[in-house]
Design a protein around this ligand. Structure first.
Ligand code: ATP
Length: 320
């Protein structure tokens, strides 16, 4: 099978994707467009529909409605040799040696075994794992086995890498290494699409994100645009606790731990500053903080989804 392989602006596109399991609409009309060369995160709580969406985009399952394009082809499986996929369910043959397992995964994507073996050893060596190349998969630590599987996802040098929850099950050190590896691939021009329920990874890595909850896209754009959905937060403490200047504090002001908290007013901080100075409030501290992606996620996807994510995060931390 040879698919039409152009040089598209978008490495992955999905339009109106719908998937129903029995009576349950797991994915309810998703549009997604991943720019070529981008690191793109699909963010959402467990059960949001991330895996189902990725599987539809990759052609592992067919959508009930909608269509998708992968690397310019509307037949996703025809470009499989240019795609690397790390599924959520990890698994390697336990009795295979690590380097062999990597070469084997490459062979499944059309890479000659000999080349795969050489690349596997080189990759392991470059990442300080040369000693593990001839160890059986069952002898490796969980984190190392996961890294081996990741190398198997990369060994055929795909143009597009799709990683489903790649950080779960990894400790903090290995999570950092994975972030570095994702950046390294992106520098080479590879497109990376990954799903996660851990907001911090998406915030650090992604040029663009899609926030999915309940099978629908709740937000699509840059991390900065998501954060800009919320007004910056101001924290102010004054030496004097009362005075005419208090009338200048915004309506949403709350007092907490001896400081005033409120959203940055539309007109900026200057009018308030003037009132504070004229009223001799005695400014002790003043900070204006831009909300993080976590706060934006809470606002966009709703408190319930954020709580589900927090629960899932602590569960996966326990796993790690
Ligand atoms: N083959 C299937 N049969 C029935 N229900 C399914 C199937 N696959 C997924 N679902 C359901 O569809 C919903 C979305 O699942 P999906 O795996 O896409 O979510 P997710 O966002 O990837 O979450 P998770 O990280 O928990 O996998 C869930 O409620 C799940 O139980």
């Amino acid at each position: 099978m040879t698919g039409r392989s152009t040089n598209p602006t978008y490495a992955v596109e999905g339009h109106g994707l719908v998937k129903t399991f029995g009576d349950f609409r797991a994915v309810d009309g998703i549009d997604i467009a991943v720019p070529a060369g981008a690191i793109y995160g699909v963010l959402g709580p467990n059960g949001a529909g991330k895996t189902t969406t990725l599987r539809m985009l990759l052609g592992i399952i067919d959508p009930d409605e909608g269509h998708r394009t992968l690397l310019g082809s509307d037949r996703p499986l025809s470009v499989a040799a240019q795609v690397g996929y790390l599924p959520e369910e990890r698994g390697l043959y336990p009795s295979m040696k690590a380097a062999e397992a990597i070469a084997f995964m490459g062979a499944l994507r059309g890479l000659p075994l000999k080349i795969g073996r050489d690349r596997a050893r080189a990759m392991m060596e470059a990442h300080g794992m040369a000693d593990a190349a001839d160890k059986k998969v069952r002898e490796l630590s969980k984190g190392m086995a996961q890294t081996v599987q990741l190398f198997g996802t990369l060994v055929h040098e795909p143009r597009l890498i799709v990683l489903d929850e790649p950080f779960s099950g990894l400790d903090a050190i290995n999570q950092g290494k994975l972030e570095a590896l994702i950046r390294e691939q992106a520098r080479r021009g590879v497109t990376i699409l990954f799903s996660t329920h851990v907001i911090a990874h998406a915030e650090r890595l992604c040029e663009r994100i899609a926030i999915i909850a309940g099978g629908r896209i709740r937000f699509e754009g840059t991390v900065g645009e998501a954060r800009d959905r919320l007004r910056p937060q101001v924290r102010l403490s004054t030496r004097v606790s009362d005075g005419s200047w208090r009338r200048a504090l915004p309506a949403d002001t709350v007092a907490e731990n001896g400081a005033w908290h409120f959203s940055l007013p539309e007109e900026g901080i200057e009018p308030l500053l003037r009132a504070l100075i004229d009223g001799q409030a005695g400014i002790e501290s003043l900070s204006i903080e831009r909300p993080g992606l976590h706060d934006a996620f809470v606002a966009i996807a709703g408190e319930a989804a954020a709580q589900a994510m927090a629960g899932a995060t602590s569960a996966s931390e326990e796993d790690a």
